[in-house]
Design a protein around this ligand. Structure first.
Ligand SMILES: O=P(O)(O)OC[C@H]1O[C@](O)(CO)[C@@H](O)[C@@H]1O
Length: 376
């Protein structure tokens, strides 16, 4: 397990420090400029932006008790920037939701940012859907990985970055697909990434007849993480040009071939080791999208990038793969030579969104009863 490693702190000199100094004030400015809220809420957002360095952790009524209990026991009354990085980030987004009264008003503070991004992606959607007619499974997975560049919380837009895959277990993943009847995907961002998820889902149903579960956030998080309304908005947007594809996805949803599950756990600081028991079926192949979900496999700890992921994820009940571009300080299972070479190319390689992995993150393999196949 990862408990013996220290949690990644907010460090002035590191990516985490830059995030609280530069990225979060910029995100708050963008929300304020969206003009979605009345003067009082806008002023509170402005106050938060000015006081990120001194903000204290208070109990928020929109944080679900069960998943936040340990967090408050440890951090209530402390300064936000003294918390571990992941805890501080998730709390900040819960605080923003609390300020904008998301539970009652149901206005996504990032909705304008998301809509602007959708409009810019129309041509790319058309181009990708047209070329996907000739794709095999590997192409769908690679396109899915590329989709994870499109993260609206980042300073550099995904389109500007060419990615390089530094760990590629896609053949293992493809080899396992026929053994399963269901895949569960922990989704990450809306827009281009969600589009790439739906393309992959369409393919998994068409070629492997999988039952699909899509796990999404119950409330806005990390700016562009998928919430329920994003799926409807994307399908509505696509329906003008991509009617056939949209109809197919809607039919799968109606038939229950695709199930969408929004859960408060994903809005909490919980990691995969504390996931609610019945949220993911043990029989499913698990695909985890994106950076923040990757951090959750390892408790967002300080780890040597050559540490074997399997040693830290023995708690997982599923065979799991992460499809992720690197946007924060944590990475596992690389060779020491590769780490050295990446360090010599760019000290910031872990968080610039240029490098990517399709990584098997748990040692588990599906147990098929009465099967002659060897199990581990
Ligand atoms: O959308 P993703 O891929 O999970 O990335 C979320 C981003 O925000 C972060 O939490 C850092 O603030 C990183 O995990 C990542 O840069």
């Amino acid at each position: 397990m990862f408990d013996s490693y220290p949690k990644i702190p907010i460090n002035e000199e590191a990516f985490s420090g830059m995030t609280f100094r530069v990225r979060y004030p910029k995100i708050l400015t963008d929300v304020i400029q969206s003009e979605l809220f009345d003067q009082r809420i806008t002023q509170e957002l402005e106050n938060l932006k000015q006081s990120l360095n001194t903000q204290l952790v208070d109990r928020l009524s929109n944080t679900t008790a069960a998943y936040w209990h340990d967090f408050y026991v440890e951090y209530e009354g402390k300064k936000l920037i003294d918390l571990p990085f992941f805890d501080a980030e998730v709390y900040l987004f819960a605080l923003i939701n609390s300020i904008v009264q998301y539970d009652t008003l149901q206005i996504d503070p990032y909705s304008k940012i998301k809509s602007a991004d959708l409009s810019q992606s129309q041509l790319a959607f058309d181009r990708i859907l047209a070329s996907s007619k000739d794709w095999d499974t590997k192409d769908f997975i690679l396109n899915n990985l590329h989709g994870n560049k499109s993260d609206l919380s980042q300073l550099v837009h995904g389109d500007e970055v060419a990615i390089e895959v530094i760990l590629d277990d896609s053949q293992t993943l493809i080899g396992q697909l026929p053994r399963y009847t269901s895949t569960e995907i922990i989704l990450d961002n809306t827009g281009m990434e969600l589009f790439s998820d739906l393309l992959l889902v369409d393919h998994l149903i068409d070629k492997y007849d999988h039952q699909i579960t899509l796990h999404i956030k119950a409330a806005p998080l990390f700016v562009s993480d998928v919430i329920d309304e994003d799926i409807t908005k994307l399908l509505d947007f696509l329906s003008h040009h991509q009617e056939e594809f949209v109809q197919r996805i809607k039919t799968y949803i109606k038939q229950g071939k695709i199930t969408i599950v929004a859960h408060n756990f994903w809005n909490s600081p919980g990691h995969f080791d504390t996931i609610p028991k019945d949220l993911i079926s043990k029989e499913s192949l698990l695909l985890s999208k994106g950076d923040a979900n990757y951090r959750r496999f390892f408790g967002d700890r300080i780890l040597d990038s050559a540490t074997n992921a399997f040693e830290l994820t023995s708690y997982l009940k599923n065979e799991a793969f992460a499809i992720r571009t690197l946007k924060s300080d944590i990475q596992t299972s690389l060779s020491t030579e590769l780490v050295q070479s990446l360090n010599s190319r760019n000290k910031e390689w872990r968080n610039i969104g240029k490098f990517a992995v399709i990584q098997k993150v748990s040692a588990r393999i599906l147990k098929i009863p009465n099967s002659s196949q060897k199990e581990s």
